[in-house]
Design a protein around this ligand. Sequence first.
Ligand code: NAP
Length: 286
Amino acid sequence: MPARIIDGRAIAEDIRGLCATRVADLVNRTGVTPGLAVILVGEDPASQVYVANKIKACDKAGIRSFSHRLDAAVSNKVLIDLINRLNDDDEVHGILVQLPLPPHIDMRAVLETISIQKDVDGFHLYNVGALVTGTTIFSPCTPYGVVKLLEHEKIEIEGKNVVVVGASNIVGKPLALMLMAREATVAICHAKTRDLAQFTILADILVVAAGRPNLILPQMVKTGAVVIDVGINRLPSGRIVGDVDFDGVRAKASFITPVPGGVGPMTVTMLIENTLQSAERLANAQ
Ligand code: NAP
């Protein structure tokens, strides 16, 4: 039987609906409206689309957004001063700096300036490091979205062999830590891994985040495996595909995420969730 398709769009829609209800409840109870500050530096077209999508999704959930568009030539100091002001602003519960930043900007210094209490992207060194000890305040949105998809489908993680293909700081590595925290046995593969298939074939849960179309073929996947495709690749034809040969692997797997419509919609959803959690935490502390 072909794998069950995990409908990330529908799951994301459900979670966003629940978030909207929680936002309304928070406003009624405390008068606090969750607020997200979004900083975009420069005119990168893809970043502009991502930022517009995030603002639109926040709006729909009842989260106020504060958009800050800065010239590509902005100095480190101006950017850092802005973040410091947002750190002190009670109406702002989450601060997001859209990456990538222009090369003259010290990205680490910028991310480290964001208050760890408002770091809804989870990229501050504290939140990254705290994934090791399980004390993170905010999990990074894409790995968090993958975990939510698995939980939604009631896919057991504890004791499972998980292979994560891709070891970036924003997807592969944090996801591996989050799955280890849920008692999985995790292997991480990357571009220098020799004979990728000898690892992937052992996976009960295979997560692929490499950005290489058709990297994962059916013969590399164990029968009955759960396959989560994080990759987003635009083919010369304009078609968007993931990293997995979807049709081939679907015939062998038990669950599979499509691209588009799998992990993608979950990333923005977890940003909403993190911003809302931040506002709830702050309101409850008052
Ligand atoms: P990245 O920073 O380029 O990292 C890619 C990782 O994949 C690296 O660790 C790299 O290994 C590894 N890799 C590359 N080619 C490989 C190969 N042939 N075999 C095994 N590993 C290989 O990318 P990223 O930001 O993590 O994103 C990965 C993919 O996910 C991209 O397609 C991106 O568009 C997508 N993405 C999707 C979402 C979403 O919301 N769905 C969010 C973020 C990213 P090395 O470390 O050795 O170079």
